[in-house]
Ligand binder design. Structure first.
Ligand SMILES: Nc1nc2c(c(=O)[nH]1)N[C@H]1C(S)=C(S)[C@@H](COP(=O)(O)OP(=O)(O)OC[C@H]3O[C@@H](n4cnc5c(=O)[nH]c(N)nc54)[C@H](O)[C@@H]3O)O[C@H]1N2
Ligand SMILES: Nc1nc2c(c(=O)[nH]1)N[C@H]1C(S)=C(S)[C@@H](COP(=O)(O)OP(=O)(O)OC[C@H]3O[C@@H](n4cnc5c(=O)[nH]c(N)nc54)[C@H](O)[C@@H]3O)O[C@H]1N2
Ligand code: SF4
Ligand SMILES: [Mo]
Length: 737
């Protein structure tokens, strides 16, 4: 016997939205493997390689494991104690408040932050406790347009309408690539299987995308010109109305504003849409017919529609199409989520109530776009942002406005504190980096997925391993700041904060427990002895507890948060945007004839998985995917360095010719061009794709302030010969993207 212990622990992955149940092999307190869990009731054995790479992230020698203080140039940090870090940060926060007012303190949330339920439960109350008025987040590069549309139509940004893929006969996938992304605003580990099943039962999967994506392969692919979906969808609505395919009963019972919608799409003929989108009018008519006349039809849409200039309008139109054809809340249509709490009730519903102080960009549900930060930090005057607290974010790479201006703004702050696993391209400018505990170092429930799950399932995990180094959970760090500033704690309820001041400190796990116990399956604190609580869920149901075998049909009026309990179709916002769309000449600029979009690759995740030392990730190269004809016209060959210029900036990157691109469009992944504390990532080259995105607030989506990162007008040319790099040119045209 060597005394070693090997355990296999059921837990769940928190890299992306399916939140797959996985098995962690733990040897002597160290995770050695993350693998699939065939018995997990949500993921049922689904697993992807990204999850297995979390072992490398957890033990990455470049991970920040101690509080660090900037003692020199950007990126030059010295280890300090937690005590020193908290002392100095809290003193500085107090000084900022007394010198400039509490409005000088701002908060920024990045994407990985929402994958911790504890964070989701306390970030709001942390900001409220500190009186933080300026809250920014990466949602403007992701889903602000979606949230704004949900607010306008359904009354709350928490009320996602998820495509009922397991029971549909026709799904229109517009601007999403779930075979690589594993789905977003939908939480379904087996999304690939669900799509396969649709085909098996004779149904259709139609993918509208400027690239013949992994999802498009084997399905019906309709190539589109990037940034033109609003034309397409308004023409689909036009055609549905023209052909009398509207579900009038549904519209009369559940909606308002139908006549205004009808008016707004006047003249939006399939021929008109063809000139903008490149999709033949006959195909548009076919899609309209198939979608409207199929009893079980739904739409899945994501970044290809939301991070565009007309992001909110496109999302509004998609939802109007779902609703007027009577596909809302029905089997095989788009249904409201059914988790243990109805997030729509707590989701927030404000748009533009607290616009950026200098950018004027609107907030959605109380948070502002990343871009607004630049102006709000740089512009002198009342309420100028002087201090920034940032959790799990890297806007200098991931946001619109990334580049010299964002870098400069970060350096103008009096105090910049970042909570992160790494020193990245943004927090290298910070004054302090505080080490965060990784996903397997914290307990959790799938709070983020509740409203998105196709088979709503409840599960929980304990921390699988101890916190590495001196890291702490994000919430613990926020809690300590609140305690030291005299607010008791960072928890949302006042009585809990008062109790904390008396030494009785509740934790987010108590709130998770509360949610479970008071839910329909909860033990109601003993009143329903057979019911669930957090502990019971963790110990007796390690593989989850299925809440609904399938999404229940929605009682629509009950799900809506609009005051009149109607879905609002032709809102003034939609009508005004339709007018703007009809008069838009943005893409008529011959100087920038191509359109650039983003793309995701299977094994990396936004900006934070390029450091993993794996041969597969190492084999990834940052390349722009270009159609061979677009390349030939410019004398560009596979592997050449090319220059891509937009009206806002330029970059150079290697070309990869592929006929998966729709002609006139090229794709470049984001999150590359590293210069942080991650050595392997830095060595992998590539460029920051967002330096050619606009940093002008006027260019953002009008309603939500969402960035327009898909459909950037660009010109393309071969870079000067000195820039040429050695590459394998064996394959001139790549068929696999
Ligand atoms: N492997 C991996 N998975 C991820 C991530 C990752 O970085 N890597 N990121 C996660 C995150 S944060 C998110 S939000 C989700 C995103 O999830 P998805 O939105 O499913 O992922 P994307 O790959 O961005 O897919 C957008 C699709 O829209 C297409 N597109 C671009 N412009 C247009 C357009 O104008 N019109 C239309 N119709 N299509 C267009 C693109 O070609 C692309 O196929 O993925 C998550 N999952
Ligand atoms: N051009 C273009 N730009 C895009 C996109 C696109 O499709 N095209 N997609 C956008 C989208 S959808 C998103 S969500 C954003 C993502 O943008 P961001 O959220 O800004 O960046 P990420 O790369 O997700 O990671 C941010 C940081 O979180 C840290 N991190 C990881 N796990 C944890 C944790 O558990 N705790 C803490 N405290 N930190 C952690 C990582 O180390 C990393 O430094 O990028 C956006 N940018
Ligand atoms: S799909 Fe996402 S949640 Fe599931 S195992 Fe892969 S990375 Fe984790
Ligand atoms: Mo995202």
């Amino acid at each position: 016997m060597n005394g070693s212990t090997v355990d296999t622990v059921s837990t769940f992955c928190r890299v992306c939205e399916p939140l797959c149940g996985v098995l962690a092999t733990v040897e002597n307190g160290r995770i050695t493997k993350i693998g699939p869990n065939p018995d997990h009731l949500s993921s049922r054995g689904h697993f992807c390689k990204k999850a297995s790479k979390m072992v490398d992230v957890t033990y990455d020698p470049d991970r920040i494991l101690h509080p660090m203080k900037r003692t020199g140039e950007p990126g030059e940090f010295t280890r300090i104690s937690w005590e020193q870090a908290f002392n100095e940060i809290c003193t500085s926060l107090k000084n900022t408040k007394s010198n400039f007012g509490k409005e000088a303190v701002a908060f920024y949330r990045g994407n990985p932050a929402v994958f911790s339920s504890a964070n989701a439960l306390v970030m709001d109350s942390f900001c409220k406790a500190l009186g933080i008025k300026w809250r920014y987040d990466v949602d403007a590069e992701d889903g602000k347009a979606v949230k704004a549309a949900l607010i306008l139509m359904y009354g709350s940004m928490g009320g996602f309408t998820v495509p009922d893929l397991w029971h549909t006969d026709y799904v229109l996938i517009v601007g999403a690539n779930p075979l690589v992304s594993h789905g977003s605003t939908i939480s379904e580990p087996r999304v690939a299987m669900a799509l396969k099943d649709i085909r098996k039962r004779g149904g259709q999967v139609v993918v509208i995308d400027p690239r013949r994506t992994e999802t498009a392969k084997g399905n019906t692919h309709i190539p589109i010109q990037a940034g033109s979906d609003a034309y397409l969808i308004s023409a689909l609505i036009y055609e549905v109305i023209e052909q009398a395919w509207v579900d009038i009963n549904f519209v009369e019972s559940h909606t308002s504003g139908y006549e205004a919608l009808k008016q707004a799409v006047t003249g939006c003929t399939p021929e008109w849409a063809e000139t903008h989108s490149g999709i033949p009018a006959s195909t548009i008519r076919e899609i309209a017919r198939d979608f409207a006349t199929n009893k079980r039809a739904c739409i899945h849409y994501r970044l290809g529609t939301s991070i565009t200039r007309f992001g909110t309008l496109t999302t509004l139109l998609i939802n109007c199409l779902i609703v007027v054809t009577g596909h809302l809340g029905r089997e095989g249509g788009n249904k409201f989520g059914a988790g243990i709490i109805d997030a729509a009730k707590f989701g927030g519903n404000s748009i533009g109530e607290n616009p950026g102080r200098a950018s004027g960009l609107p907030d959605v549900g109380g948070t502002l776009p990343s871009l607004s930060m630049i102006n709000d930090i740089e512009t002198p005057g009342p309420e100028q942002v002087k201090t920034l607290l940032m959790i799990a974010a890297n806007p200098c790479l991931t946001s619109t406005g990334a580049g010299p201006k964002m870098d400069a703004a970060m350096q103008k702050l009096d105090l910049f504190v970042s909570l992160d696993l790494y020193m990245n391209e943004t927090n290298r400018f910070a004054d302090y980096i505080l080490p965060s505990a990784g996903m397997y170092e914290r307990e959790d429930i799938p709070l983020l997925g509740f409203m998105e799950m196709l088979r709503p399932t409840l599960f929980a995990t304990e921390a699988v391993i101890p916190k590495q180094g001196e890291s702490r959970e994000d919430w613990e760090i926020l809690d300590e700041i609140c305690r030291r500033l005299g607010h008791g704690s960072t928890l949302p309820f006042r009585p809990l904060r008062i109790l904390a001041k008396m030494g009785l400190r509740a934790k987010p796990r108590h709130l998770m427990d509360l949610m479970i116990r008071t839910s329909s399956v909860g033990d109601k604190y003993g009143l329903k002895p057979g019911g669930l609580n957090l502990k019971k869920l963790q110990t007796q149901y390690p593989n989850g507890f299925v809440l609904h075998e399938q999404l229940p049909d929605s009682d629509i009026a009950k799900k809506l948060q609009t005051p009149d309990k109607k879905v609002h179709l032709g809102t003034p916002e939609l009508c005004a945007e339709m007018e703007r769309l009809k008069n838009d000449d943005f893409y008529l600029n011959d100087e920038y004839p191509l359109r650039m979009i983003g793309m995701r690759e299977k094994l990396t995740h936004n900006s934070w998985m390029h450091n993993v030392l794996s041969p597969e990730i190492a084999s990834y190269k940052h390349t722009a995917r270009i159609h061979p004809e677009d390349a030939r016209a410019r004398n560009i060959q596979n592997g050449d360095m090319v220059q891509i210029c937009s009206p806002y900036g330029k970059l150079e990157v290697e070309a990869k010719l592929t006929d998966t691109m729709n002609r006139g469009n090229l794709a470049l992944p984001h999150g590359w061009g590293h210069q942080g504390g991650w050595e392997n990532a830095n060595a992998r080259g590539g460029v920051n794709s967002n330096i050619i995105a606009s940093d002008n607030p006027a260019d953002m989506d009008k309603i939500s302030g969402n960035a327009a990162l898909n459909g950037i007008p660009v010109q393309l040319s071969k870079a000067s010969p000195t820039q040429k790099v050695l590459t394998d040119k064996n394959s001139e045209v790549n068929k696999n993207g």
